[in-house]
Design a protein around this ligand. Structure first.
Ligand code: ZN
Length: 73
């Protein structure tokens, strides 16, 4: 639970400091998977449903997920 609070505080900080906060080029390092799928996706892909789970790209690949052919993450 403490980790969750830290994440929320970090996100709030980013909202306040949008000009200076650059959270580790998030779009390049993180992808999204679903509970049932075998592919990983970019944020906003139409194949993502409400169960989209944020995960590091390297972790997704290590777990056997493949890149989505539609959003080409
Ligand atoms: Zn996709």
């Amino acid at each position: 639970m403490r980790k969750g609070v830290c994440v929320i505080l970090l996100m709030l900080g980013c909202l306040v400091l949008t000009s200076s906060c650059d959270p580790i080029t998030e779009t390049d390092n993180y992808v999204y998977i679903t509970e049932t799928g075998t592919k990983y996706h970019r944020s906003g892909c139409r194949y993502l449903d409400s169960s989209s789970i944020k995960i590091e790209r390297s972790t997704a690949q290590a777990q056997g997920y493949e890149a989505c052919g539609v959003c080409k993450p």
